[in-house]
Design a protein. Structure first.
Length: 291
């Protein structure tokens, strides 16, 4: 039997290289080493652009503080799923008797511990998956997940995580999930999945959740709010962004972000159908729709 000859063209080789590279990146993103290295490099797991991060993270904290304080649920036990550098632990700690801070990255756990060393009602847990650790079932009042689920690129892992949420929550428990909303269904990138608002709702529904409330949140490019536009027009920023990899510009960006966000809530509103980013609140229902 003869050996079949393949005539490889340049485009074939490029496509194969791109496929292998993208699969490697997806694998790395599910691995704690990826996030450990990212945390060591930029000090957190958020936007790499310091100018955007300084405004965005402060706006997120303000929005989520408002949402958390307004929840009509128990106030005993909360889980911060994918706690990162711990920016949402203070508003959780102020409301709940105990907070479990979970992340796959040991490095960001270290950052969160240092940042919140004075908070005594937080327990930190690091593991490769939420399914690997023992947690009290049917006991949690609230689970917070801020732009974490969108990075679970494997459908099975996302489904397993949402099922785990369902089992951990008590009968009146709530999930607060903040995620990007795609205008149309499309394949995941190397970095995140792109689900529509309807697809997110369906994914939660299959694990036994019902959507009860949404809030819209600004996006720096797709739906910028006026306070962000004013912030980024600062005449210093064009020069600072050119050198942000070489000089410590973070404190300067943060100073102006605090200034622009003072007394402002235009980055956060009652949910609309076309919001680029949504804060979704789900409650447990009695019916699971997964086949």
């Amino acid at each position: 039997m003869g050996v079949k000859q393949f005539n490889w063209g340049k485009n074939d080789i490029v496509n194969i290289f791109t496929f292998v590279t993208s699969r490697k990146e997806i694998f790395e993103m599910s691995n704690s080493d990826y996030w450990d290295q990212r945390a060591k490099k930029i000090g957190h797991t958020g936007w790499a652009d310091k100018m955007i991060y300084s405004y965005d993270q402060l706006a997120r904290v303000k929005a989520l503080t408002s949402v958390i304080s307004g929840l009509q649920s128990g106030k005993e036990l909360a889980l911060d799923f994918g706690t990162g550098s711990g920016d949402f632990l203070k508003p959780l700690s102020d409301v709940y008797s105990k907070v479990i801070a979970f992340d796959i990255s040991q490095e960001v756990i270290k950052i969160a511990r240092t940042k919140h060393k004075d908070l005594k009602n937080i327990e930190y847990i690091q593991a490769d998956s939420i399914s690997e650790i023992e947690l009290p079932v049917n006991q949690f009042d609230t689970i917070l997940s801020i732009t974490v689920l969108g990075h679970l690129l494997n459908d099975g892992e996302l489904n397993k995580t949402l099922d785990r949420f369902y089992n951990l929550l008590n009968k009146n428990g709530l999930v607060i999930a903040m995620e990007y909303m795609s205008n149309n269904s499309r394949p995941a990138s190397q970095y995140q999945r792109f689900l529509t608002s309807e697809e997110w709702e369906q994914s939660f529904s299959e694990s036994g959740f019902k959507l009860v409330k949404t809030f819209g949140f600004y996006h720096p490019s797709e739906s910028p709010c006026e306070s962000f536009n004013q912030y980024k027009r600062n005449f210093l920023f064009k020069s600072l962004r050119k050198f942000q990899s070489y000089i410590p510009t973070g404190k300067i960006f943060r100073y102006y972000a605090i200034k622009n966000l003072k007394g402002c809530l235009d980055f956060f509103w009652e949910g609309k159908s076309d919001d680029s980013i949504k804060i979704m609140i789900f409650k447990k229902s009695e019916i699971k729709n997964r086949n």
